[in-house]
Design a protein around this ligand. Structure first.
Ligand code: SIN
Length: 375
């Protein structure tokens, strides 16, 4: 029997030799990788610290079944559960949650706003807080956002987020919206951009965003002026910025405020009457937002009641129910002569917020008009 040559032996065992060699390489590589992996504490130190203030809304809502996307109960899930439902948050921020309120946002009041703004300001003054996320019902998200835009005293990111589908729904939008919001609140890109609203992978400015659809997930738009940017692949992309002053650059300070001046809205329509206006003035309104038709027009039968209200000291702001465009000063009414103010491009619900804050500083209509052209 001829014994195999050393070459043949080598060839026969080559695959096994390669296998052992690869295993050795792999184990060494892994050992190195493990040695290089930063421990959890090190990772946490490099992540931003984001506080989530929960206020309720559909993002915290539950429905009877997975296909219930209308007629569900909003504001039932607590902040801890909201956070636990998105374990991916841990990869982008050190997150802490606080339940500030648990309400559907149609029940949001001035008192809620004052409490929320004060809490945000206290938290943002802390060096160990890098950003705030507020979970909120979508119905009044734009109002809370604008109130905070005018009253938060920090350039750190404040991001308000909601959802159009309850947490129990098929394709609930809450988890991804919350993830995006935390990411944005912890990002350098969001610093100094004013209060932001994010849903549907889009970033909008508090002043300009509005709800445009009762139920679809793409409901939030900034008509004509446009959104600020997108969130894609776990990264925010900004393309524009509002030119209006916000946060640290406003003249409003709510630190010692417990109540806001009463301002109401009168809605314009064909054949309207002054019953609502008269009642609001009688109930003590200090300001009225007249959401007129078209370019903020005033019906003939409304002129005298508005003039009478102004003579009683009530500030009248002409806004438009149209929702887009500038209300022209001295256009559809002689604002100088009537001593009225125009809302610029603010919709009626946001004009109400600015007028309330303006009235904490002055009753002078020229000054108030300046504020409407500034914020
Ligand atoms: C609410 O605004 O609280 C209910 C509606 C929603 O969050 O989408």
């Amino acid at each position: 029997m001829v014994s195999p040559s050393p070459h043949v032996i080598h060839a026969r065992f080559q695959p096994y030799i390669r296998l052992v060699f690869s295993a050795l390489l792999l184990s060494t590589g892994l050992t190195n990788a493990i040695a290089q992996t930063p421990d959890a504490q090190e990772v946490a130190q490099t992540l931003p610290n984001v506080v989530i203030l929960a206020t309720g809304g559909t993002i915290a809502g539950t429905g009877a079944s997975s296909t219930t996307t209308v007629g569900y109960t909003s504001a039932t899930v607590g902040v801890d559960k909201l956070i636990a439902a998105v374990p991916e948050l841990k990869k982008v921020a050190n997150v802490k949650g606080e339940q500030v309120f648990q309400i559907a946002s149609e029940s949001m009041t001035n008192d809620h706003w004052l409490k929320l703004a004060k809490r945000v300001n206290i938290l943002l003054a802390r060096p160990d807080v890098d950003g705030i996320v507020i979970t909120h019902g979508t119905d009044t998200i734009e109002e809370t956002a604008y109130f905070l835009d005018l009253t938060v005293k920090s350039r750190k990111p404040v991001v308000i987020v909601g959802a159009m589908r309850p947490s129990t729904a098929l394709s609930a939008d809450g988890p991804i919206n919350l993830y995006n919001a935390v990411l944005l609140a912890g990002s350098k890109e969001a610093i100094g951009k004013g209060v932001l609203v994010t849903l549907n992978d889009q970033i909008n400015a508090a002043r300009e965003v509005t709800k445009t659809n009762t139920s679809t997930t793409d409901t939030f738009k900034s008509p004509e002026l446009g959104m600020l940017g997108y969130i894609q692949g776990s990264k925010p992309y900004f393309y524009r910025q509002s030119t209006r002053k916000n946060t640290l650059d406003t003249e409003f300070d709510i630190t010692n405020l417990d109540v806001l001046p009463k301002v109401d809205i009168v809605y314009g329509y064909a054949d309207m009457n002054s019953v609502a206006l008269d009642a609001q003035v009688a109930a003590g309104a200090k300001g009225i937002i007249h959401a007129g038709v078209g370019d903020g027009s005033i019906a003939a039968q409304m002129k005298e009641p508005l003039i009478a209200a102004r003579k009683k000291g009530v500030i009248i702001v002409r806004a438009s129910r149209v929702g887009q465009g500038i209300v022209a000063r001295n256009g559809e009414a002689s604002d100088d002569a009537l001593d009225f103010v125009v809302s610029d491009t603010l919709n009626a619900q946001k004009a109400r917020i600015l007028l309330m804050l303006a009235l904490t500083k002055t009753n002078n209509t020229k000054e108030i008009q300046r504020m409407f052209y500034t914020y």
